[in-house]
Write a protein that binds this ligand. Sequence first.
Ligand code: PEP
Ligand code: MG
Length: 903
Amino acid sequence: MSDNKYVYFFGPDYTDGDGSMRPLLGGKGANLAEMAKIGLPVPAGFTITTEVCTYFYANGQQYPPELKAQVAEAMAGIEKVMGKKLGDTEALPLLVSCRSGARDSMPGMMDTVLNIGLNDKTVEVLAKKSGDERFAWDCYRRFVQMYGRVVLDMKPKCKTDHCPFEDLLDAKKKKAGVEVDSELKAEYLKELVVEFKAAVKNQTGLDFPEDPMEQVWGGIGAVFSSWMNDRAIVYRRMNGIPHDWGTAVNVQAMVFGNMGETCATGVAFTRDGATGKKGIVGDYLFNAQGEDVVAGIRMPHRIEISMAEELPQVWEEFSKVAMILENHYKDIQDVEFTIENQKLWMLQTRNAKRTGFAHVRSAVDMVNEGLITPEKAIARIPANDLTQLLQPVFSGEGLKGRTPLAKGINAGPGAATGQIYFQPDEAEAVWQKDNNAKIILVRHETTPEDLRGMKVSAGILTSSGGAASHAALVGRQMGKAVVCGCDQVKINYKDETVTASGKVFKKGDWISIDGFSGCVYEGQVPTSPSEVLQVLFAKTLKPKDAPIYQCFQQLMSWSDRYRKLAVRANADTPHEAEQAIALGAQGIGLTRTEHMFFDRIDDFRAMILADNVEDRQKALEPLLKYQQEDFEGVFRAMNGRPVTIRLLDPPLHEFVPHEAREQEALAKKLGIPKEKIVQRVKDLAEFNPMLGHRGCRLGIVYPEITRMQATAICRAAVNVMKDGIDCHPEIMVPLPGNANEFKHQEGVIRDAAKKVFEEEGITPDYMVGTMIELPRACVTADKIAENAEFFSFGTNDLTQTGLGISRDDYGSYINEYQELDIFAADPFQTLDQEGVGELMKIAIEKGKKTRPGIKLGICGEHGGDPASVKFCHKVGLDYVSCSPLRLPVARLAAAQAAIADAK
Ligand code: PEP
Ligand code: MG
């Protein structure tokens, strides 16, 4: 940056910035500059950089001293290009807008002021010169209202607060006997301006500013201040946008979509943001300003349906511009435009927010169209979005015999069933009490203030607003099912009811919404598996009949080509193993053997209740048989792929009955006195079970359990090999913190294995390794690696023990920790790289020092989290292991890490 340049100009003849300058100019500013540079029709303007925002907050809301002169110079530049003057009382005055624009777009989260430059004098000139008095006074009343709300902080503070402007507007409509704002005649609008200004004086004690330059500075200050409003902070937290990026401010000449019936304003996507389908879609409104479309108050016209007919010339130019933009940015563009007397002006372009479906489809299509490379396609899709493609849908069986109550716009794909709530803060409160609550938020339209309520809802239903309304844009980006613009439902906030097809539903009643079809159903509609899973698991669909699957599969095959990390699954049964393979698993990274006992819990309990080695040995015999069968099933399903089996881990008290009734039943079944059970339960009780008698501590105290499990694994391996199936068991010791613990268990395992292999005359290729779950294991990893052939990071426990936070009850404070930005993310979902990650690095370095070829993996929940997978790539793990349904996310994230690395 040149010395202290804070203002960047854009216009038809001269533009300072370009599209690459997002960090400095914000997304909107950089793209306005880029559009101006490539010759598209952009009203002139200037961008105040994000550095000014940073300065503003670091210096008690003051601006850098150079800013004033730079803004004045740029304003003169706009006047020159547009041939109009701010505050002109002779000729048509220049009016400007003042808008935010962060590096990553934050739709609707910050503030905007339009029509700056109007005052009691310029409004008269505007009326005279435009020949439309009503238009001029409508602009003025909108301006006073917006300025009052945004700059003078007259927004309602909560949902029940009244907005003085809305109240006055409603009263005026009543007086005039009209239904909608656009029917108010100029004389009423004039009265409204006077009344609005009186409300300003009354509430703030200030006179409404008449000086246009004072208005401009008011707008600039309000936009910078809105960077720190609650909804912007919540949005940044949800989307991982750092608070110190700051926003830019864009001041731009106004053009008018509300100057009569040859004017319009609209928003469009160059491809469908819900499905990714090729072709322009969007909304426009005649005789309106931009915010009318996004606010969803009037029902817009659909571009793809009627623009070619209603505005043929504009359509021709607009469709060309849209294609120029898509080809230029090589991505779906979300554009805002205004038509002033049949002339098209472009006000914004940005890469469109979209659903996971649209992400995958558009990226794959664009590769096939030759617009982008597979690397670009992989890099651009948020890996977590792939889970949307695996979520259940309403289909066939579930919908049988049901008629939709209503149909709206299918704006966010997905099937959602939940209880109706009308107020976002109430929805949030319900969810805070019960995180599993299923909520459908039902509103006339949503606004950015509703973000918290939207976040906790499974689905969103609005009665007005089009495919580009706030509910559609923001809801679908959150991965919610969204049906919007459903005017067949009648919502009554006061009575807390919604009426559809003559039926009245109250708050708390169940409804279902289908974001694929736009249909709304009564009650709870059962779901069926997604298209992808119908092809892969149930095989009820053929790939050729499943277009979403085809795109998914294409993306996965590209990902597999690039990634260096192998992916494995955490799976305990042959069924899960088969599912894992279908979703791309190259092995099993964790079989939790205790899960296999759940079906034979009483045999397992008999073993626990044994109070001497002999009895325990006897009780282990049936378990050996079961475990061997289970392992055989898993080995067969994995067909030669490596399988890591972890020895018994949880504390034994988790398996014994604690209720008197259950204890009695067990005593009867096992033929032992109930008192014996009661006593054993007492003996096993632990004060802090997570740090208690668990993990390898069990196998050390009861080596016969380890021996039984190792024998079962080895016999199972030999048996499948006898059937000609390759088998690579990896036997894993849980929770050692000391090399001697591992050595002890390894000795028991290898003895058991030797015995089986000698008896059977077959020796599979097997390994003995360990979980790394304790900080002490990390710092002594060199010693553990003397015997351990592999490490698998159990980051659930390593997070628990590294942070000293119990994984079972951290829910009571984690929300506050995130709200206060103490934790950027939940450490049990996204790896704490700074702490736990460093422990992992120590273990990797030490482990490799002793055993350079040591196999390294991760099997904690983090193995399916994109940011954590990228970390695992960086620190050189061989594989990540996660639950089967997270595998596509892990594959994509691993490819993204490899591509970023290669750059
Ligand atoms: C872990 O601790 O990360 C792990 C995989 O083991 P579990 O979750 O079974 O304790
Ligand atoms: Mg663990």
